[in-house]
Design a protein around this ligand. Structure first.
Ligand SMILES: C[S@@+](CC[C@H](N)C(=O)[O-])C[C@H]1O[C@@H](n2cnc3c(N)ncnc32)[C@H](O)[C@@H]1O
Length: 265
C-alpha cells in the first residue's frame, strides 16, 4: 500500500473493505449515465467505477493527485478518466454543473462538507442519481419522513426534489483506514429531473426549524407578521399547535408559495 498519511483537514478516511466496494458497485443505477466521483483519494473506488463507465473525479489534495495520475495513467490517456485537481465546491461556483450531460454522483464523501455537497448536487440540473457514503446521522436526516424525530429541512428538500431516497446499508468504522469515530451509511437519492427548488426555500425552512421543538407558528414570526401567519394557517388548514417536524413537505411548499406571493403583492 502507498505510504500516505491521511489528512484530517480533508476528511480522508480511505475505504479498504472490498466487500463494501463491491456492494457500492452493485448499487449503481443500471442506466448508462456518466459518473462523477468527488474525492477519489487513493483510487480504490475509482478503480472499480472506471471499469464500467467513463468518469470524472474531483480531488483537492495535490499529493493524492500525483498518486492518481500515475495509478490511472492508462485510463487518463484513453480518455476514460478525467481527473480534476480542485476544490469541488469552487468548481460548482464557477460552472454550476460538474459535467455537461446527465451524470450520477458516486462517492465516499469527505464528511466535513458532505451535506453541502449533496445540496449542491440537488441544484445541479445534470445530476440524476446520488450514491454517497456519509455519516449515518446525516443519511438519516436526508431520508427522514414527516413526524419522525430526524425530520428537518434536509428531509423536506429531499422529498420534494426526489422520486426515491433511502439508506442502502451501513458501513462500520473498521472498513476504513484510518477508521472514523462514527458509523457511516450509503445514501441513495434518485432526483426527479423535472423538479427545481426555489432558491429561497432552504432559507424559509431554516427559519421554520430555528427552534425545532417550539411551535411552528412561533418560529415563523421571524419571517412573517402574526396576521400573515394566521391567514396562511387558516387557508391551508394548519393546526396552531403544530411543531415543525409534524408538517409535510408539500404543505411547507404551499406555505412558501404563499409567503412569496405575499411579498410580491
Ligand atoms: C473520505 S475520503 C474518500 C477517499 C476515497 N474515495 C475512498 O473511498 O477511499 C474523501 C476524499 O475527498 C477529498 N476531498 C476533501 N475535500 C474535498 C474538496 N473540497 N474537493 C474535492 N475533494 C475533496 C479528500 O482529499 C479525500 O480524497
Amino acid at each position: 500500500m502507498e505510504k500516505v498519511k491521511a489528512k484530517k483537514q480533508y476528511g480522508q478516511n480511505f475505504l479498504k473493505d472490498t466487500t463494501i466496494l463491491d456492494k457500492i458497485i452493485q448499487s449503481m443505477p443500471t442506466k448508462n449515465n456518466y459518473i462523477v466521483e468527488i474525492g477519489p483519494g487513493l483510487g480504490d473506488l475509482t478503480k472499480n467505477l472506471v471499469k464500467y463507465k467513463d468518469m470524472t473525479a474531483y480531488e483537492v489534495d495535490t499529493d493524492l493527485i500525483r498518486i492518481l495520475e500515475s495509478k490511472f495513467a492508462i485510463e487518463i490517456e484513453e480518455g476514460r478518466l478525467k481527473l480534476i485537481h480542485t476544490d469541488v465546491l469552487e468548481a460548482w461556483d464557477k460552472q454550476k454543473t460538474l459535467h455537461d450531460g446527465r451524470y450520477d454522483l458516486i462517492a465516499n464523501l469527505p464528511y466535513y462538507i458532505a451535506t453541502n455537497i449533496i445540496l449542491r448536487a440537488f441544484e445541479d440540473s445534470a445530476c440524476e442519481n446520488i450514491i454517497v457514503m456519509v455519516q449515518k446521522e446525516v443519511a438519516e436526516k436526508f431520508t427522514a419522513r414527516v413526524k419522525e424525530k430526524e425530520y428537518s429541512s434536509l428531509g423536506i428538500i429531499t422529498e420534494l426534489i426526489s422520486i426515491d431516497s433511502r439508506i442502502l446499508f451501513d458501513v462500520p468504522p473498521e472498513s476504513f483506514d484510518p477508521p472514523p469515530k462514527i458509523m457511516s451509511s450509503i445514501l441513495f437519492i434518485k432526483k426527479d429531473m423535472d423538479k427545481v427548488l426555489d432558491k429561497d426555500f432552504n432559507k424559509f425552512l431554516k427559519a421554520c426549524f430555528v427552534q425545532p421543538r417550539k411551535k411552528l407558528s412561533k418560529n415563523l414570526t421571524s419571517v412573517l407578521s402574526k396576521e400573515a401567519i394566521s391567514e396562511i394557517y387558516k387557508e391551508l388548514n394548519i393546526d396552531d399547535n403544530v411543531r415543525p417536524h409534524e408538517v409535510s413537505s408539500s404543505l411547507y411548499s404551499q406555505m412558501h408559495t404563499r409567503v412569496k406571493d405575499g411579498r410580491n403583492k
